[in-house]
Design a protein around this ligand. Structure first.
Ligand SMILES: [Zn+2]
Length: 100
């Protein structure tokens, strides 16, 4: 911890499993594989388990759900229809953000 790079503030960044863009953690939504092999949205960021981050935008969520990206990212056998439905309805609640 002797780094002297001058950074005013450390902003934690995470990689979106969909678009592979590094984004400030707050612009991402964490999903976690539970011990039961289910996928849950971790809105608190405190759940235990293998986690993955997805941008807080519709585009990435739609792609993730369409292409089964979660299976690879979370090393799942599959995403159950039930979990997929939950994730889909969650995705609909994500506010569409202006992007320029
Ligand atoms: Zn993304």
């Amino acid at each position: 911890m002797t780094q002297t790079t001058k950074r005013p503030k450390h902003v934690p960044q995470r990689l979106c499993i969909c678009c592979r863009t590094n984004t400030a953690k707050r612009g991402l939504i964490r999903v976690v594989r539970t011990a039961e092999g289910r996928v849950v949205v971790d809105t608190t960021g405190k759940l235990n388990g293998r986690g993955a981050y997805i941008c807080a935008n519709q585009t990435c969520w739609q792609t993730v759900l369409e292409r089964n990206i979660l299976v690879n990212a979370l090393r799942l056998q599959s995403v159950t229809e039930e979990d997929r439905a939950i994730l889909k309805s969650f995705a609909r609640t994500i506010e569409v953000q202006d992007q320029d």
